[in-house]
Unconditional design. Structure first.
Length: 83
């Protein structure tokens, strides 16, 4: 009987940590200026009014208000409705 586990490539493989992508707020939720709304790869969600896009396609608010998620011409859009 063997006293050690096999030392092949399969036992050395460690998967990378998840990047915690996805929506960070929901529709109708109150947000503050500079708060991250969605982390994404590519533009799954487009930016609407009151929202800016970071260089990694992260959407964040530039106003205080509530989140409005909708569709415009078949594309999901996220906007901020100011108070």
């Amino acid at each position: 009987m063997s006293t050690h586990k096999a030392g092949g490539k399969a036992s050395q493989h460690v998967s990378p940590a998840g990047k915690r992508l996805g929506p960070k707020v929901s529709d109708g939720e109150a947000v503050g200026k500079g708060q991250i709304l969605i982390r994404q790869r590519g533009t799954k969600f487009a930016k609407g009014s009151g929202v800016k896009e970071g260089r990694d396609h992260t959407l964040y608010s530039i106003l205080d208000g509530s989140v409005k998620i909708g569709k415009k011409m078949g594309k999901k859009v996220i906007s901020i409705i100011s108070k």
